[in-house]
Design a protein around this ligand. Structure first.
Ligand SMILES: [Cu+2]
Length: 436
């Protein structure tokens, strides 16, 4: 009696197991189906996704795009064949309580075939892939070099003056050129083969503007090159793609493409001599606050500190020395802060949402004019900028452990908390609004 009961139990449990196995196969097939549907759905909304490799906006990205279509097509077909094949086998040979089939020792011709097919496919994909990799490593056709340096958690750009006195192939309309240093957004002329020459001041970062090219790691102690080119004026967004610490997600970058005439205007504006705010204004008070609170880390080109003397011949140009206060040894140059429209690793906008949309959505013909207008008082997103000045580490996490927020060796990672009063912040914002 007990024996037959056990038997019954065993058959029951086999049934249960088979049903479970089948239902788990079914549910994983459903999951795969849902994932594919979701991916197709997501790529369908890509028309308003600013970081979309499927919408190349320059020659380099186009090369990658021309490669990824055939590769995805082949991989997709292979994927569908494999999935269907697995489905058929799982269904046809499911456990129906049948006897275990006779064991055989493989079929040599089938195995050779299964080696040959992938080998041919991979070879067919490798030939154009290597071609594109080599084309993207080309540096001979460079028309403009811009240095880029990554650090926790922002990118600095540095335009050198070429031996012929030009910058990026453009001569200043008046006077002599001097190096331009900026951050967050790199401005490049349309239709020009730009070469970014990049490195890092601390950990490995990776530069990626999906609509303009693939990724390039920026590594301390090494120099890596990345081509950028676009014929279409506009802003192209990207983000650091190598995990680089706590605020990795807040390390973004944008490439701004300007028509050549607009690039010339941008360049001339960057080279304008420093204009001190008018006497008696809030901005003038801001300049003094800036000198005491900010100038040790941040550079404003041409800023002069009269040190309170009435003899103007005593004027001294203020030079920052961030290497003494910041781990990476650098802080963004604020000379023309309001000429760019993002800040702190391009993570926050200097423009209000409406004004930002106006620039981002502008047609390529209108874009340059709107971008070059910079950040006006009406368009300033002072909510985020104030929060930043009030307490930068609270806005952009810099240490997992709050106790470490206190500087060690007198150095902080990123911008420290400066205990500014609201009055000082008012003054500083008035001062910064004139920096464009
Ligand atoms: Cu990074």
């Amino acid at each position: 009696m007990s024996h037959s009961h056990e038997d019954h139990e065993r058959t029951m449990s086999t049934d249960v197991r088979t049903t479970r196995r089948l239902s788990s196969v079914r549910s994983s097939l459903t999951t795969a189906g849902l994932a594919v549907t979701a991916m197709i759905g997501l790529s369908a909304c890509a028309s308003n996704a600013p970081q979309d490799t499927w919408q190349p906006a320059g020659e380099n990205a186009q090369k990658i795009h021309d490669l990824q279509w055939p590769v995805f097509t082949v991989a997709g077909i292979v994927g569908v064949i494999v999935l269907v094949f697995i489905g058929v086998i799982v269904f046809r040979f499911r456990d129906k309580g049948q006897a275990i089939p006779e064991q055989t020792h493989g079929k040599a011709w089938l195995e050779y075939l299964f080696i040959a097919i992938p080998a041919v496919i991979l070879a067919a994909i490798a030939i154009p892939t290597v071609g594109v990799v080599l084309a993207l490593a080309e540096t001979d056709d460079t028309e403009c070099i811009i240095n880029v340096t990554g650090q926790q958690w922002w990118w600095e750009y540095d335009y050198e003056v070429e031996p012929d006195g030009s910058i990026c192939g453009f001569a200043p309309s008046a006077g002599e050129a001097s190096p331009i240093i900026t951050s967050g957004q790199v401005v490049i002329p349309a239709g020009t083969n730009v070469l970014l020459r990049g490195t890092s001041r601390d950990v490995i970062h990776s530069y990626w503007i999906p609509r303009l090219n693939g990724k390039r790691d920026m590594v301390p102690g090494r120099v890596h090159y990345l081509r950028l080119q676009s014929d279409t004026p506009g802003i192209y967004a990207g983000q650091c793609t190598e995990f680089c610490g706590l605020s990795h997600a807040n390390m973004r970058m944008e490439t701004v493409v300007l028509a050549p005439a607009d690039f010339q205007r941008w360049l001339d504006n960057e080279l304008e001599p420093y204009k001190s705010p008018a006497e008696g204004t809030l901005a003038k008070e801001g300049e003094a606050t800036y000198i005491t609170q900010c100038a040790r880390c941040h550079q404003v080109n041409g800023l002069v500190d009269d040190k309170g003397t009435d003899d103007t011949s005593d004027d001294t140009v203020v030079v920052s020395y961030p290497d003494q206060f910041v781990f990476s040894g650098a802080a963004p140059n604020l000379t023309n802060l309001m000429g760019r429209n993002t800040f702190a690793g391009a993570s926050w906008d200097l423009l209000t949402p409406e004004c930002r949309e106006d620039v981002w959505e502008a047609s390529p013909e209108e874009f340059g004019e709107k971008y070059l207008a910079g950040v006006t008082e009406d368009c300033l997103n002072d909510i985020d900028l104030r929060e930043w000045l009030r307490n930068a580490p609270a806005k952009k996490p810099m240490y997992a452990d709050a106790e470490l927020l206190e500087p060690t060796d007198g150095k902080t990672r990123g911008m420290p908390y400066l205990a500014l009063s609201e009055d000082q912040i008012d003054q500083l914002i008035a001062y910064l609004l004139e920096r464009k």
